[in-house]
Design a protein around this ligand. Structure first.
Ligand code: ADP
Ligand code: MG
Length: 380
């Protein structure tokens, strides 16, 4: 969808910002460009919507050499979100969001209806925020408006240049997860610039690690973390890359243990092969757990003694979420279900299995990388 062919940008003062760059972003793919300040990320991005012209090579969008496309028409197909959002201060949030459709000739009432939809989509209630002015919003809310405005003309391509860079870490994490959710529905082709490796790893289908004007490695987050291509990349992703891998490795059904299972309306089991059993409802959805001691001594049905289980995740959640959930609930294991909300119970993840899962992913992605991860002692 976006293709760089041997692209170079030399500024008039002699600075080579981008040096003989070739890579491709597939349709519906989100590629993060990550690297230290001044390595050419913004220059790369601005060449895609012709805010900057390359001095060598060519860029194709949807198969078309963009040097032959009128920049104004090109930009209608490309949403652009930057850090200093650039909202019009004298226009309301709704008017700001409706700007582009309006310019494209969409009728005013339709443009506003679409804008309201988009504000809703990015988590801003249009009834509450639509009539506010940008200076009546928090930084995070302004960024959301920026995203909504970029999406207003429904462009197939989005360029995002450190869009969440100016907000505090907690808000940034929220914006990131909202954006991921949005992207999983929209499947735009996205080039996303950041200097933050955590953000790059979290958002990117693939990440491009920039050195000076060049890509040092372009691959999936798991591979970049598991098998950095050069010492520079290893240094940039950080010594804690083993830990970062937790966030890009999903829980898979094969990682789970199968403890004894009882149902809410069963009589109390007198003996269990384990110190506890998982308790399910009549639809095999997770309810909670019961300890072997309580079951052995109690009277009545399982439902009279079962405890609710709050430490659970859907399959596909990251090992990092699994670890965080264990810590948050001080739980020795977490239940894994087949979808978000109360879903069918699939099994439990224990610290030992979590450790195995992390190894499994390392082995798959990085067979040739020396193992330096420290073994985890598990308590059982
Ligand atoms: P990044 O976004 O990765 O921080 P940029 O693409 O903004 O990096 O800049 C890459 C290099 O090009 C830097 O050395 C920067 O100083 C230089 N540069 C950027 N814009 C200009 C310009 N208009 N004229 C000269 N040099 C520039
Ligand atoms: Mg920049």
């Amino acid at each position: 969808m976006i293709r760089f062919e041997r692209v170079t940008k030399r500024y008039p003062d002699g600075t080579t910002a981008v040096d003989d760059l070739s890579f491709e972003v597939a349709e519906g793919e989100l590629v993060t460009l990550v690297g230290p300040s001044g390595c050419g990320k913004t220059t790369t991005m601005k060449m895609v919507n012709r805010l900057i012209e390359p001095t060598g090579g060519r860029i194709l969008v949807d198969g078309q050499d963009i040097s032959a496309v009128d920049p104004v028409r090109l930009r209608r197909r490309i949403g652009y979100v930057i850090q200093q959002v650039g909202l019009f201060p004298h226009k309301t949030v709704l008017e700001n969001t409706a700007t582009v459709p309006h310019l494209l000739g969409t009728r005013r009432d339709r443009a506003r209806a679409r804008a309201a939809e988009l504000l809703d989509l990015v988590g801003l209630d249009p009834a509450t925020y639509g009539d506010r002015y940008p200076d009546q919003l928090s930084g995070g809310q302004r960024q959301r408006v920026g995203v909504a405005r970029a999406l207003a003309a429904d462009p197939p391509v989005l360029l995002m240049d450190e869009p969440f860079g100016a907000v505090d870490p907690v808000v940034r994490e929220r914006l990131q997860s909202e954006f991921l959710k949005l992207q999983s529905q929209m499947r735009k082709t996205v080039l996303f610039v950041t200097h933050d490796i955590e953000e790059a790893v979290r958002l990117g289908d693939r990440i491009a690690v920039y050195g000076h004007g060049r890509i040092e490695q372009l691959d999936t987050p798991a591979t970049v973390l598991g098998a950095p291509a050069t010492p520079y990349v290893a240094d940039f992703v950080g010594a804690d890359r083993g830990l970062k891998r937790l966030s890009v490795t999903p829980i898979e059904p094969g990682d789970l243990e199968q403890p004894p299972v009882v149902h809410l309306d069963d009589p109390l089991p007198r003996t269990l092969d384990s110190r506890w059993a998982v308790v399910l409802d009549h639809e095999d959805n997770l309810h909670g757990w019961i300890s072997a001691d309580v079951a052995a001594r109690g009277k009545g049905l399982v439902r009279d003694h079962a405890r609710r289980m709050e430490a659970w995740l859907p399959v596909g959640a990251s090992l990092k979420q699994a670890f965080a959930t264990m810590l948050q609930h001080d739980a020795g294991w977490i239940a894994v279900i087949d979808r978000e909300e109360r879903g069918r119970f699939l099994g439990v993840l224990t610290p030992a299995r979590l450790h195995e899962a992390l190894r499994r992913s390392t082995a798959a992605d990085a067979r040739d990388v020396p193992r330096t991860d420290v073994d985890v002692e598990t308590v059982s």
